[in-house]
Design a protein. Structure first.
Length: 196
């Protein structure tokens, strides 16, 4: 059985290959330039919320249609990697949540053809329950052979999240990468006795 991280990779990889291959649901209220995907996109809805703004900035919402959802939905975009090759990119924004039963997070993935070469979905620092507006970011390196970048906000399970003040920008190497591939490899074995 695939876990949520694998499902995000699988579903969003399909989106990067082509919209016809990905499981998509057409929503009239989805913000222009964005689309819905996920393991159960039909169980979620998204749109622009004029009531939940952050300091005058519009927000998009992603919410489950029912109080019990087995799967995840994402409001996302996919783009070609050409102008970002060899650079470090950051997706940032302010997120607020309400009654998130599972978890939510910003996510980004860098692809080289059908292979995922960098990925972060915030599962290790997930947004849960009800929270006020807080800043979040995911930062990944884009290799020279990258072909695509996908990003968005995901909601696994029931609840609702709002995203505002979203930015996608190139950053310097002084900004630490948050995803796979940035983990430091130790010089020697660690905790072989399982005492820590």
């Amino acid at each position: 059985m695939l876990n949520t991280k694998d499902l995000v990779r699988k579903v969003t990889t399909r989106a990067a290959i082509g919209l016809a291959v990905c499981v998509l649901v057409a929503h009239a209220n989805v913000p222009r330039g964005w689309f819905m995907a996920g393991s159960r996109p039909d169980e979620f809805e998204a749109g622009v919320d004029a009531e939940h703004m952050y300091q005058g900035h519009a927000s998009a919402f992603l919410k489950s249609k029912d109080s019990s959802v087995d799967g995840f939905g994402t409001l996302m975009q996919s783009l070609r990697a050409e102008q970002y090759k060899g650079k470090r990119v950051r997706l940032s924004g302010l997120v607020k949540s309400e009654e998130v039963v599972g978890w939510a997070g910003l996510w980004m993935r860098v692809d080289q053809g059908k292979d995922v070469v960098a990925f972060d979905n915030m599962q290790d620092r997930a947004i849960k329950a009800t929270t006020a507006w807080q800043p979040y970011e995911v930062v990944l390196d884009v290799p020279q052979d990258a072909t695509g970048i996908s990003f968005g906000i995901l909601l696994a399970g029931a609840g609702e999240v709002w995203l505002s003040s979203t930015k996608f920008d190139v950053v310097g190497t002084d900004v630490p990468a948050t995803g796979r591939g940035d983990k430091k490899i130790p010089d020697k074995p660690v905790n072989l006795e399982f005492t820590e």
